[in-house]
Design a protein around this ligand. Sequence first.
Ligand SMILES: NC(=O)c1ccc[n+]([C@@H]2O[C@H](COP(=O)([O-])OP(=O)(O)OC[C@H]3O[C@@H](n4cnc5c(N)ncnc54)[C@H](O)[C@@H]3O)[C@@H](O)[C@H]2O)c1
Length: 345
Amino acid sequence: MIGLAVIGAGYWGPNLVRNAQATPAIRLEYLCDLDLDRAKATLGRYSTVKATSSYEQVLDDPAVHAVAVATPAGTHFDLARAAIEAGKHVLVEKPLTPSYEEGVKLVEMAERAGVVLMCDHTFCYTPAVQRIRELVRSGEIGDIRFVDSVRINLGLVQPDVNVLWDLAPHDASILDFILPDDVTPVAVSAHGSDPIDAGRACVAYLTVWLSNGTLAHIHVNWLSPTKIRTTVIGGSRRTIVWDDVNPSQRLAVYDRGVDRAETLDERRQTLISYRLGDVLVPALPEREALRTMMAEFASAIAEQRPPLTDGRSGLRVLALLEAAVASMELGGARVEIKKTDDTAR
Ligand SMILES: NC(=O)c1ccc[n+]([C@@H]2O[C@H](COP(=O)([O-])OP(=O)(O)OC[C@H]3O[C@@H](n4cnc5c(N)ncnc54)[C@H](O)[C@@H]3O)[C@@H](O)[C@H]2O)c1
């Protein structure tokens, strides 16, 4: 059994508590929050899990083998570093850290200490994204031709971060998770706007150049009256449409597309042909993403291997986001994305 402490009992922490308690390989030892009453209220009166406001107490307890950090991003580095120094495995909420530089330090510290460092890129554990990864990485859809992702709704205008930092980590982590190993984001151009004078961008568009010469586009927006969560992954053989707000057809795989053929005559004229084949709607299991994520954390610890969304995947996401922020400050100029040492996914 892996003894776990969840740090942070705000909006997201209780979801980790619930899923940790439903994971057979995990025994939840603590819920820690600076606000002790909030931690106690989350656990309820009859829970045997300890509530505390002392992180030191958590790290000093040998029954705790791992911590899950669900506090605001600005605290992730210090909390994760202290846990690694205490020899604990660490699960950190997205984004891994507020800066790439701090992320690198954490990844290196965890590798030296031989502990698991995982980033909760929740969407990567949804049945839909796991199936998309299989379809893309097995070659089923052919070569990637484009990715188009829209994540817009009437969102909470966050007090401390713009829409890019709030929503685009999801798209960046999904992109990182589904792309084949030989296709990576290399540069980005980002534009943002603040039409309500909120003091930070509420609408942002990111154009991402991929290493195979194609483009991915990400649109995030807090001001849309309707919720749209659609990602289209165009391939040379098939195209996947993922509509996350359509439970009866979340995924559809289209055998439709445009092909190019050259005629054999002397003019070698280029012909465009259209394929109008079937649409397949894969059956997806109903499974909570956080349950799968928590099970992956436990398995990675038990098997002493990097988890699917390890610290390095967190770093790749940070590299893309930082380049996007830099581009936005430069009025949308193309900015190269830092290469992390290990791009293996
Ligand atoms: N994976 C996802 O889809 C997802 C969704 C929402 C939030 N998140 C992430 O979860 C994290 C927390 O977000 P939230 O919305 O729950 O924040 P929140 O502000 O609602 O809650 C944070 C809690 O952490 C506590 N806290 C702060 N510093 C602490 C410290 N040093 N020690 C112990 N407790 C401390 C606060 O008292 C508060 O109760 C963020 O990193 C956020 O990006 C992830």
